[in-house]
Design a protein around this ligand. Structure first.
Ligand SMILES: Nc1ncnc2c1ncn2[C@@H]1O[C@H](COP(=O)(O)OP(=O)(O)OP(=O)(O)O)[C@@H](O)[C@H]1O
Length: 356
């Protein structure tokens, strides 16, 4: 069943237009929204919650058009980026507030408080006021308030960004577990692409107020539908080379490389385009099709190494699992994994897969 649906929803601010957005989120789905700053992520959540009203289009919750429904009638909780805890209440009072407001029985309140406190590791700070908590503790209390309430969906806007890296990783796992157990619908916004990709069943990539692509995380990663999406998914990001597909369509002739790059299929003979290759798909290799690189720096990161190199005249990032190139090396040879190339037309739109 569809829990949240946006149909051509549009919101116009001076100088910025969100939408039109078409989006469908299923009951029990963990849906991630990722995008650069100011791309419209928070505004989408506010439309769903009812804090903003759309200028055009519809917001439909469980099949019901929400046009005339107030925030409190929508049955949705939101954890804001800037928290919004009640300063005069303790952590405990903040968490149980929505339950107490709707007159939930004492036993239910206690059970829910206990279960979210355990998951969020906040039992020891329930007696404190927000002013006596750290930023991360306040964030966990705010999460607790949303999770304890029996909402049909929870909207989370950068909910764990104030936590340190290790705690963030744990919380990610716990959030996912909690969502699965309760079969709740989560809409999770973050500018941290890895976080969104790791936690979500499906993701939407927002660029300039539009959903540029939506789908399962590995599909978006492996088949970005445009250069703009490819640029924002992946760390380090994809490398791009502009040039022309050869007259027989079997090679990509890059403006800045001396050798053409062989393609696994025939592509757009004679047309201009862009070839994208992810850092992990460039391999240290001295074979016939290899290119010489001039190494600027090598970052050994334990499990892998990032090599910053000049390929032709272009700065290129290479992720190496092996140890052929070492810190202090100045040159090497690499090839591109032919099966993992991303090909885009002159307008930056991904070329269809397949062909001879
Ligand atoms: N109430 C408002 N009035 C006018 N402009 C607004 C309003 N709210 C948001 N905007 C503008 O809309 C754009 C999108 O904002 P929004 O907060 O939705 O983006 P975001 O992707 O969540 O950004 P961030 O990652 O920085 O939080 C921004 O340019 C912002 O300045």
């Amino acid at each position: 069943m569809t829990a949240i649906e946006l149909r051509k929803a549009t919101k116009k601010y001076p100088g910025f237009t969100l939408g039109p957005i078409d989006l469908s989120i299923e009951q029990g789905e963990f849906f991630g929204i990722f995008g650069p700053p100011s791309s419209g992520k928070t505004s989408i959540l506010k439309l769903i919650l009812g804090l903003l009203s759309q200028d055009e289009g519809q917001v439909i919750l469980s099949g019901v058009d929400c046009k005339n429904l107030e925030v409190s009638q929508r049955g949705i909780s939101m954890v804001f980026q800037n928290l919004a805890l009640f300063p005069h209440m303790t952590g405990r009072e903040n968490i149980i507030f929505p339950l107490a407001e709707r007159g939930a029985p004492e036993e239910e309140i206690t059970n829910r408080l206990d279960s979210v406190s355990e998951v969020l590791h906040v039992s020891h700070i329930l007696h404190k006021n927000p002013s006596q908590m750290s930023g991360g503790e306040r964030q966990r209390i705010a999460l607790g308030r949303a999770l304890a309430d029996d909402s049909r969906a929870i909207l989370l806007d950068e909910p764990i960004s104030a936590l340190d890296a290790r705690l963030r990783e744990n919380m990610r796992v716990e959030l996912k577990r909690l969502q699965r157990t309760n079969n709740q619908t989560f809409v999770y916004v973050s500018h941290d692409e890895e976080e969104v990709m790791a936690i979500s069943d499906r993701v939407a990539v927002m660029i300039d107020g539009q959903i540029a692509q939506a789908g399962e995380p590995d599909v978006v990663y492996n088949y970005p539908n445009s250069i703009r999406v490819a640029e924002v998914i992946g760390t380090p990001p994809m490398n791009f080379f502009t040039g022309t597909f050869s007259a027989d369509g079997r090679y990509f002739e890059c403006d800045k490389l001396t050798k053409p790059i062989p393609l696994a299929r025939k592509v757009r003979p004679g047309e201009p385009g862009t070839l994208g290759v992810r850092p992990e798909d460039i391999h240290e290799d001295a074979g016939d099709d290899s290119h010489e690189i001039s190494i600027s720096s090598v970052e050994p990161l334990g499990s892998h190494t990032i090599i910053n190199a000049e390929l032709g005249e272009q700065l290129t990032k290479i992720r190496a699992e092996g140890r052929i190139i070492k810190p202090g090396d100045h040159a090497g040879r690499v090839t591109f994994d032919q099966r993992r190339l991303h090909l885009f037309d002159k307008d930056g739109i991904r070329l269809p897969e397949g062909g001879e």
